[in-house]
Ligand binder design. Structure first.
Ligand SMILES: Nc1ncnc2c1ncn2[C@@H]1O[C@H](COP(=O)(O)OP(=O)(O)OP(=O)(O)O)[C@@H](O)[C@H]1O
Length: 223
């Protein structure tokens, strides 16, 4: 799908966070990088109307997310840096069931069973979510997001809390996603084989292109 930013500005309180973002993202694998506080998360959050631009528009395949925020939330699965912030039910199974609560029982159960198997959490189905490791919690959050069949997954620093082994596992899971993926990250090695990387600096796009070239620009900027 096309994720199009048209002159997106964002003021939060007395801070100007985004200062005129223009981009049309159609690639399958898109990275967003930049310094702390540069506006990456805020930009990512405009994609599913979690944050509304003060000026400008965000269009998903031509539809303004402000006109159809519910549609945007269906189309865009969002992963937060801390998976616990999006786990809402006491056990793994219940949390997955919550994602598909509107569906008929048989379909709900079939989907949850498939999600448990795909995410490797079948052995933990009836365990309390808070006892899962950070890596497992992240798997659960991703599984819950995927249960609603989003067209795009936007992941905001999903590997920040993970150890090296879980970072690698997460990288493989993200690589295997059939969905379009927008990944905000400080783990630049995750972006090696991405199609496109945006560098955000003080609310503007400072570089936009192939990973190697944009990462080199970022490294020069940070020295
Ligand atoms: N609700 C808010 N009210 C006021 N300012 C905010 C709010 N949310 C974010 N900000 C500010 O907006 C700026 C951009 O924040 P954002 O989280 O988008 O940056 P980021 O590039 O994702 O940073 P990081 O790499 O540290 O996660 C920061 O200066 C932050 O303090």
């Amino acid at each position: 799908m096309s994720i199009r930013f048209e002159d997106v500005h964002l003021d939060l309180g007395d801070r100007t966070v985004l200062r005129g973002i223009d981009a049309d993202l159609t690639e399958q694998r898109i990275g967003i990088i930049g310094a702390n506080g540069s506006g990456k998360s805020s930009l990512a959050r405009t994609i599913n109307a979690l944050v509304r631009p003060t000026r400008g528009r965000v269009l998903l395949s031509g539809t303004d997310v402000a006109q159809d925020p519910k549609g945007a939330r269906r189309a865009v699965g969002f992963l937060f840096p801390d998976a616990t912030s999006q786990i809402v039910m006491p056990t793994v199974r219940e949390d997955l069931e919550f994602s598909v609560r509107g569906l008929p029982r048989a379909e709900r159960e079939a989907r949850v069973a498939a999600a448990l198997a795909d995410s490797g959490l079948a052995d933990h189905a009836d365990h309390p979510c808070h006892l899962l490791s950070s890596g497992q919690q992240q798997q659960l959050a991703l599984a819950a997001v995927l249960l609603v069949d989003p067209q795009v997954v936007v992941a905001d620093e999903p590997t920040t809390l993970l150890d090296l082994r879980n970072q690698r596992a997460a990288r493989e899971r993200f690589a295997a996603l059939p969905q379009q993926l927008v990944l905000v990250t400080h783990h630049l090695e995750l972006l090696d084989d991405f199609d496109r990387v945006l560098l955000v600096d003080e609310g503007r796009i400072a570089a936009d292109g192939a990973p190697a070239e944009v990462i080199a620009h970022y490294e020069r900027m940070m020295t």
